[in-house]
Design a protein around this ligand. Structure first.
Ligand SMILES: C[S@@+](CC[C@H](N)C(=O)[O-])C[C@H]1O[C@@H](n2cnc3c(N)ncnc32)[C@H](O)[C@@H]1O
Length: 348
């Protein structure tokens, strides 16, 4: 939970001037006692369940994809970087899959980019059997190594704070947050956009526009790094590449949607990733777009249905219905299949 001091700081800021939406989200997620610094959010018992937590097959498919690209295009020492590893489940599944190609981990310099100390402890515990000495943890990406890199993430880019704009009668407005002392609650207000830079950016955009400049900047750093030292980045997240009808910012508390103004510091706030923005950044940096597909198409293309069959044939003790349900949850178009997208960029 946000400390009283921090809540007071938000209120104070709001009393003096309105707080831009992304700054409010940033405080709620990343300040001392903010959600991502203090909570253990992932897993069936917690706020949300992610694809690696749903089925081992998710990590196995990603694993095979990484192995193939390393073997075919790198085949030497490299950085293996996971952004926001959560409970470490995805890595664990990749590590098990890589047993078919032992050279992969012998050549890997493994980096975990993790901001949450509690999750880092869980990652250390979950990776007991993997040589922890081979893993380096950092809070932020560092771009010192000159080795080629394989960078991957699941549900990482949705965490970045967004700004929201709307156009009414040819005038652009931005969402800000204000605190009402009397009613003791936060609420949003629209403020006219006057910055020429932002107005130029919004020119010809849809009437509702949500953007995370910090997300774009983070991804741009990755693209520049890959461009310079070679490599590939695979990112999976919920998101869109079509016009927005409504803003996508959402808060989740104990598996239920809530208002972003409730449970501050105790609940997850995220937004759907605007993939057009990321693709644009990759193109500007002259990277190849290897894949931009739905999670459903990615997992089917790279063999999740065959993997399921193989698991069932190999182990008659496995509960077939459970496996069917897990795969359905990941690939069904009405569940995670279409909402989640997979973007792969590279210069290999
Ligand atoms: C939604 S969780 C996804 C976890 C995991 N990838 C999975 O699929 O289960 C987001 C992860 O990113 C981490 N994280 C969020 N923002 C971060 C940041 N700015 N820098 C480093 N890690 C961050 C969180 O602590 C958490 O491990």
């Amino acid at each position: 939970m946000l400390s009283k001091r921090k809540i007071n700081k938000i209120k104070l800021l709001n009393n003096k001037k309105n707080l831009r939406l992304d700054k409010f989200i940033d405080l709620a997620l990343y300040e001392r006692n903010g959600y991502y610094l203090s909570k253990k959010p992932i897993g069936r018992k917690f706020d949300f369940v992610t694809s690696p937590e749903i089925s081992q097959m998710f990590g196995e498919i990603i694993g095979v994809y990484l192995l193939y690209h390393w073997k075919e295009k790198i085949n030497s020492k490299f950085n293996l970087i996971e952004l926001g590893p959560g409970n470490g489940t995805l890595f664990k599944d990749i590590e098990r899959t890589a047993k078919i190609l032992p050279n992969f981990f012998e050549n890997a310099d493994v980096n975990f980019i993790e901001i949450n100390k509690e999750l880092r402890k869980i990652q250390e515990k979950n990776l007991n059997y993997f040589k922890q000495s081979k893993i380096r943890w950092s809070k932020a990406l560092n771009f010192k190594s000159k080795l080629p890199s394989i960078i991957y993430s699941n549900e990482f880019f949705d965490c970045f704070p967004v700004r929201q704009f709307l156009n009414d009668n040819n005038q652009w407005f931005e969402i800000y947050v204000k605190f009402n002392e009397k009613e003791n609650k936060y609420y949003s207000i629209n403020k006219r956009v006057i910055s020429k830079k932002i107005l130029d950016y919004l020119y010809k955009r849809e009437k509702i526009y949500e953007v995370s400049f910090s997300r774009n900047k983070y991804f741009e750093q990755i693209c520049k790094y890959l461009k310079k030292n070679r490599g590939i980045c695979i990112l999976i997240d919920y998101g869109y590449n079509k016009k927005l009808k409504n803003f996508t910012l959402q808060a989740i508390y104990n598996h239920k949607k809530t208002s972003i103004f409730e449970n501050i510091g105790k609940q997850d706030i995220s937004s759907h990733v605007n993939f057009n923005e990321l693709i644009e950044v990759a193109k500007q940096n002259k990277l190849q777009i290897n894949e931009f597909v739905t999670q459903r198409d990615f997992l089917i293309k790279y063999g999740i249905l065959e993997r399921k069959k193989k698991l069932i044939t190999k182990n008659s003790n496995l509960n077939k219905n459970l496996l069917d349900e897990e795969v359905d949850r990941l690939i069904n178009a009405d569940r995670m299949g279409n909402l989640f997208k997979c973007l792969v960029v590279s210069n290999l």
